[in-house]
Design a protein around this ligand. Structure first.
Ligand SMILES: *Cc1c(COP(=O)(O)O)cnc(C)c1O
Length: 387
């Protein structure tokens, strides 16, 4: 292994020359913010998801926030999500005025354990927010069956899972509401950005206003005059709109996604094969997944066997870095953080599955432009953790 090999990050977006040319063309067009390229990209997304709506916004966090706001949650209302997710999932529940209720995960997959979902439902529960962790679809039949029985909304945090399929159906093409992220580390990017996909017309209308200052340009209100610059303000909205500069990237990323995901899957299969017997790590295990799925492989995140290695995770991170290899931490369980402990009373010990991941998980490099030789360096470095 050459010591002078360039640093291998754990994630890196693949931006084509066509995408760069489109960004330049957008800059030269004189229209940079929300406009024709955003409209075109939203049309492409509607087609991709076979969905009646796809509303782009500044981030998936903004999308989750707005989707929850449209539910008109009251103080004391509860929204159930997973104990192993990025903190944005929990934060948006709080920002929308409700209480986050957590369900533990199966550490083998990182997905919420649907068998523990029903006991988390109370009279106050209004919605379930499953997260398709690392790109593996959650058992949605189980989630939607419970949602139907208890009259709950389902807002899927699909930040990891664009292109993933559950029982042969693409996530975003069925169900209640899905939110996808276009952050640079995700499977496709627009720099920053996100999209809300829903089959709820009222949510679509509400988000249309929420995402841009509460402005209502429809002809029905007293100000509306199509073709004029006049508008009404329907509510105190947010500044969560999406820029044409972002869409310029998205227009070229979306058609490339299938290729990106195929390469991610190849690399992930190779990691699984090469690390299955490596005592340094416990690799994800899908034996318990009893439905057909297509994994989007946003992350390859094994657990470190810290006792065997005889080092802390931080030391492993540094050791890999010394060898020119980046890694990530997805995630520290949010309920262990100061805010969620102090403000919401969560404690270590409540969610052992998530805590085990939180303590031992590490994200190894995985991105479409990574070569097999790059990956060989990572595999060798992980094996060397034992010597
Ligand atoms: C990245 C991520 C988000 C937030 O996405 P942004 O587009 O960065 O706001 C939300 N949930 C999960 C699980 C994520 O990984």
């Amino acid at each position: 292994m050459p010591d002078d090999a360039p640093f291998l990050p754990f994630a890196k977006p693949s931006i084509s020359p066509e995408a760069i040319a489109e960004v330049v063309a957008c800059l030269e067009s004189g229209w940079i913010t929300t406009g024709p390229r955003s409209q075109k990209f939203e049309g492409m997304l509607r087609e991709f998801f076979h969905a009646p709506s796809a509303q782009c916004c500044s981030s998936a966090t903004a999308g989750l926030h707005m989707a929850l706001l449209t539910l008109d949650l009251q103080p004391g209302d509860e929204v159930i999500t997973t104990a192993m997710t990025f903190v944005a999932t929990l934060n948006t529940i709080v920002l929308a005025g409700s209480k986050p209720v957590l369900v533990d995960v199966d550490p083998a997959t990182g997905n919420l354990d649907v068998n523990q979902l029903e006991e988390a439902i109370t009279m106050k529960t209004r919605a379930i927010m499953p997260v398709h962790f690392a790109g593996l679809p959650v058992d949605l039949d189980a989630v939607y069956a419970l949602a139907e029985r208890h009259e709950l909304r389902v807002i899927e945090d699909c930040a990891h899972a664009i292109g993933a399929e559950y029982r042969g159906q693409r996530l975003g093409s069925f169900g209640d509401t899905q939110v996808f992220s276009f952050h640079p580390n995700k499977n496709m990017t627009t720099g920053e950005g996100g999209v809300v996909v829903t089959r709820d017309d009222q949510m679509v209308a509400a988000i249309e206003k929420l995402r841009f200052h509460g402005i209502d340009r429809s002809a029905e209100n007293e100000f509306g005059q199509p073709g004029t610059a006049r508008y009404d303000i329907a509510l105190a909205g947010y500044k969560f709109n999406f820029m044409d500069l972002q869409a310029a990237l998205g227009i070229h990323q979306l058609p490339a996604l299938e290729g990106f995901n195929t390469r991610r899957c190849e690399l992930a299969e190779r990691y699984l094969h090469e690390l299955v017997d490596c005592p340094a790590v416990t690799i994800p295990n899908f034996d318990g997944v009893n439905y057909p799925y297509r994994h989007a492989w946003h992350l390859f995140a094994p657990r470190l066997n810290l006792d065997t290695i005889g080092m802390s995770r931080d030391a492993v991170t540094v050791a890999l870095k010394t060898k020119g290899i980046g890694s990530g931490l997805h995630y520290q369980a949010p309920h262990l953080s100061t805010y969620y402990r102090d403000e919401w009373g969560f404690k270590r010990g409540q969610f052992p599955g998530a805590e085990d991941l939180s303590d031992r998980i590490i994200s190894l490099p995985l991105f479409p432009d990574m070569t097999n030789a790059d990956q060989d360096r990572v595999i060798a470095a992980v094996r060397e953790l034992i010597d």
